[in-house]
Design a protein around this ligand. Structure first.
Ligand code: CP
Ligand code: NVA
Length: 304
């Protein structure tokens, strides 16, 4: 029996492999209105831009009969109001807090004070909602997760961290190829290895410099932007540092012939991915975007 009621989703590492599988199962269920949620509201707070996360959370809440209240950086955590005071006010109005922000410690602090469940809608370090949607997408296209190889090519950012943890939980082997200086945080790699060992999922994690070696024989090839939100002024520098890390047809040809290509989007065509790959039959990026809706709706219905 799984117990999700009241729980936070901050990194994905708070879930067991069984719980992840259960969330994915619930995500495959029809999107029915839930009479028990009538009168409930959710605060969706975005300190950074968003298309998919904002719209999928808003639409998912409506599907469940929950009223979504979307806020930007001028609404919450503004005017020098403390995190504590902001949360103590919000929880008098809403049954759920969803937050996209910069420092991961911000969402942790919100969760620490909140008596209602908190969902991380992306921090500089983790993007667990994307992780759930991506596992759902891989399972739909590959039939199962255990024993697959996922290759991530690019920046060792919040998405790389999320694949390390998601892979460890799901028994997926994860190979990451990043330029020197852009590797995932060592602490997250250790955390992922500890998860794989704790649950005996069999997942192996490899950090490499060479994209071709990482992609060799992969079932899933993934990339993400080279300059994440908050790093806009590093864009020109990063274009140089990531030369040779584009996912193009030549790199995809190293993967398994039935490999799928994934990207959480927004994509920067001609930078981390070539048109010929993102527009190819192997690309499942729009299924992946759709699955944000189903995975988040599943999580909300379980924690409320
Ligand atoms: N993938 C994703 O989180 O997209 P947005 O930044 O548009 O929400
Ligand atoms: N790494 C990207 C993901 C966007 C969904 C960023 O943080 O901007």
């Amino acid at each position: 029996m799984h117990t999700f009621k009241g729980r936070d989703l901050l990194t994905l590492a708070e879930l067991t492999p069984d719980e992840v599988a259960h969330v994915l199962d619930v995500a495959e269920e029809p999107a029915d209105k839930r009479p028990e949620f009538e009168g409930a509201s959710a605060a969706l707070i975005f300190m950074k831009p968003s298309l998919r996360t904002r719209v999928s959370f808003e639409a998912g809440c409506v599907q469940l009969g929950i009223h979504p209240i979307v806020m930007g950086p001028h609404d919450a955590f503004s005017r020098h109001e403390t995190v504590h005071d902001t949360v103590k006010v919000l929880e008098r109005y809403v049954e759920l807090i969803v937050l996209r922000t910069f420092a991961h410690s911000h969402v942790e602090e919100v969760a620490e004070h909140a008596s209602v469940p908190v969902i991380n809608a992306l921090t500089d370090e983790y993007h667990p909602c994307q992780g759930l949607a991506d596992l759902l997408t891989i399972r739909q296209h590959k039939g199962a997760l255990q024993g697959l190889k996922l290759a991530y090519v690019g920046d060792g950012n919040n998405m790389a961290h999320t694949y390390l943890i998601a892979g460890a939980l799901a028994g997926i082997d994860v190979s990451i190829a990043s330029p020197a200086g852009y590797e995932p945080q060592a602490s997250v790699v250790e955390q992922a290895r500890a998860i794989a060992a704790r649950y005996g999922t069999g997942s192996t994690l490899q950090l490499l410099g060479d994209p071709a070696a990482a992609v060799s024989g992969a079932d899933v090839v993934v990339t993400d932007t080279w300059a994440s939100m908050g790093q806009e002024e590093e864009h020109a520098r990063r274009l140089q540092d990531f030369a040779g890390y584009s996912v193009d047809e030549e790199l995809m040809s190293r993967a398994d012939p039935s490999a799928i290509f994934m990207h959480c989007l927004p994509a920067h065509r001609g930078e981390e991915v070539a048109d010929e790959v993102i527009d190819s039959a192997a690309s499942v990026v729009f299924d992946e975007a759709e699955n944000r809706l189903h995975a988040q709706r599943a999580w909300i219905s379980l924690v409320l």
